[in-house]
Design a protein around this ligand. Structure first.
Ligand code: ADP
Length: 192
């Protein structure tokens, strides 16, 4: 079983790389941002709740995210493994994830962190804004807030996995294929 946390700031390329990883390793993709956007599109209660936080670039409360992820894990207990994308985003979420996985006899194999300088992140998000339709991609204030939230609340999650010797950093600048190959060689070494 292979359970990967794909980590990195907004705009680091997690979604792009996840798509390639799930294809080559037959993993279930749990992308919390995508799940929330799906709920928003369907105007569910969860979607309405998440919208106000997401549109401003703030984090959705932990208990809401954790419950949603737990449901997804429970629906896919026969999977080869999972790739977590955009989750955990707080240390509290990381602890909850460990507990959920332990309950089902599983654990995180490793975290792969995409490293991208802040200027490049902003350039990428603004480029994405032209086609993403995402409210949170559209203006500088929201983009800056997301990066600040990442630095303050999410970056400590890397230390959580470093402490468990499960952390690998990958240069997230370069061609999509070169980055994918770097991720892939890390992931392959984690496969048992
Ligand atoms: P990006 O990485 O580009 O910011 P995502 O699609 O991963 O985009 O997330 C978009 C938004 O969804 C976040 O800014 C946040 O509001 C919400 N969100 C996604 N995942 C989480 C999470 N694990 N905890 C709290 N909020 C989340």
């Amino acid at each position: 079983m292979l359970n990967i946390v794909l980590f990195g700031p907004p705009g680091a390329g997690k979604g792009t790389q996840s798509a390639k990883i799930i294809e080559s390793h037959s993993l279930i993709h749990i992308a919390t941002g995508d799940l929330f956007r799906k709920h928003m599109g369907e105007n569910t209660e969860l979607g309405q709740l998440a919208k106000s936080y997401m549109d401003a670039g703030n984090l959705v409360p932990d208990e809401v995210v954790i419950g949603m992820v737990e449901d997804k894990i429970r629906e896919n207990l026969d999977a080869n493994g999972f790739i977590f994308d955009g989750f955990p985003r707080t240390v509290n979420q990381a602890e909850a994830l460990d507990q959920m996985l332990t309950k089902h006899g599983m654990s995180i194999s490793g975290m792969v962190a995409l490293v991208v300088p802040e200027d490049e992140l902003k350039t990428r998000i603004k480029e994405r804004a032209k086609t993403s339709g995402r409210v949170d991609d559209q203006d500088d204030e929201k983009i800056n807030n997301r990066i600040q939230v990442y630095n303050r609340e999410t970056s400590p999650v890397a230390d959580y996995y470093k402490d468990q010797q499960k952390f690998t950093a990958i240069d997230g600048v370069g061609s999509i294929d070169d980055i994918f190959h770097a991720i892939n060689s890390t992931i392959t070494s984690l496969e048992v």
